[in-house]
Design a protein around this ligand. Structure first.
Ligand code: HEC
Ligand code: HEC
Length: 193
C-alpha cells in the first residue's frame, strides 16, 4: 500500500521533488537518533524500540508526549525537548517510510498470539490502527517496561492503561515472549534491495 502510494505521489509531483525533500529533512534529524534506533529504525540497544515502519501518527504523538512531559524517559525526554514541530514531523515521515516484514517463529502461527492484543497490535505485531504501535520484534525488556508503566500509572493512555491494569506479571511476560519471537526485517522501499 505504502509503496504504491509513494509511487503515485512520486509520479504526480515534479520529479517527486517534495517527497524526496521531506525524506532528506527527516534523514538529517534521524542522524540524532541513529545510535539508539538506527537510521532505518531497527533498534541498536535493547531498551530502545524498533521504530522503522511505525505509523507516523504514533511516532509524532510519542515525541510530543516526551517533549511535553506526559511520557518520561531519561534519554528520550532530553532528545524530544530539542526538537521543533517541523523536525518531529520530518523524522516521523522518515521512520514511517520504511517497510517492515515479519515471520512467525518455526512451528507457530497467528493462532498462538495473545488473543487480547491482536485486534490492535496484530497477531504478528504489526499495528492494525494508526495510533497503536508495532510490537513485532521488540525486546522483552522494552515490552515489559511499557506494560508495567501503563499498569502502575507512570505511562498513561485511555486504551492501554485499563488493559494493562488487568494483566498479571505472567501475562506481561507471555506477551513479551510472543512479540519478541516475531522476526522482523526493515527495508527502504525508496531503495530496492
Ligand atoms: C540515547 C538513546 C536514544 C536516542 C539518541 C533516541 N532515542 Fe528514542 N528512545 C530511546 C529509548 C531508550 C526509548 C524507550 C523509552 C521508554 O522506555 O519509554 C525510546 C523511545 C522512542 C520512541 C517511542 C517509540 C514507541 O514505540 O513508543 C520514539 C518515537 C523515539 N524514541 C524516537 C526517537 C527519535 C525520533 C530520535 C531522534 C530525534 C530518538 N528517539 C533518539 C532511546 C533513544
Ligand atoms: C483496543 C486496542 C488495543 C488493544 C486491544 C491492545 N493495545 Fe496495546 N496499545 C494500543 C495503543 C493505542 C497504544 C499506544 C498508547 C500510547 O499512545 O501511549 C498501545 C501501546 C502498547 C504498548 C507500548 C508499545 C510501545 O512501542 O511503546 C505495548 C507494549 C502494548 N500496547 C501491549 C499490548 C498488549 C500486550 C496487549 C494485549 C494484552 C495490548 N497492547 C492490547 C492499543 C491496544
Amino acid at each position: 500500500m505504502r509503496i504504491v502510494l509513494f509511487m503515485i505521489l512520486g509520479g504526480l509531483l515534479p520529479a517527486g521533488a517534495t517527497l524526496a525533500q521531506d525524506l532528506d529533512a527527516g534523514r538529517k534529524v534521524a542522524g540524532m537518533c541513529r545510535t539508539c534506533h538506527g537510521l532505518d529504525g531497527f533498534a541498536r540497544i535493547p531498551i530502545a524500540p524498533h521504530i522503522g515502519g511505525e505509523p507516523s501518527e504514533y511516532i509524532k504523538a510519542q515525541l510530543y508526549a516526551f517533549r511535553d512531559g506526559s511520557r518520561e524517559h531519561e534519554m528520550m525526554t532530553v532528545v524530544a525537548k530539542g526538537l521543533s514541530d517541523q523536525q518531529i514531523s520530518d523524522v516521523a515521515n522518515w521512520y514511517n517510510h520504511f517497510e517492515i516484514s515479519t515471520a512467525f517463529p518455526t512451528g507457530k502461527s497467528g493462532n498462538d498470539a495473545p488473543e487480547l492484543c491482536v485486534a490492535c497490535h496484530g497477531a504478528n505485531g504489526i499495528s492494525e490502527m494508526p495510533d497503536a504501535p508495532n510490537l513485532a520484534g521488540e525486546t522483552n525488556i522494552y515490552i515489559e517496561t511499557q506494560l508495567k508503566a501503563f499498569r502502575n500509572g507512570k505511562r498513561n493512555n485511555e486504551i492501554m492503561s485499563p488493559i494493562a491494569a488487568d494483566l498479571t506479571d505472567a501475562d506481561i511476560q507471555a506477551a513479551g515472549d510472543w512479540y519478541n519471537s516475531i522476526e522482523i526485517k526493515i527495508t527502504d522501499p525508496a531503495k530496492p534491495n
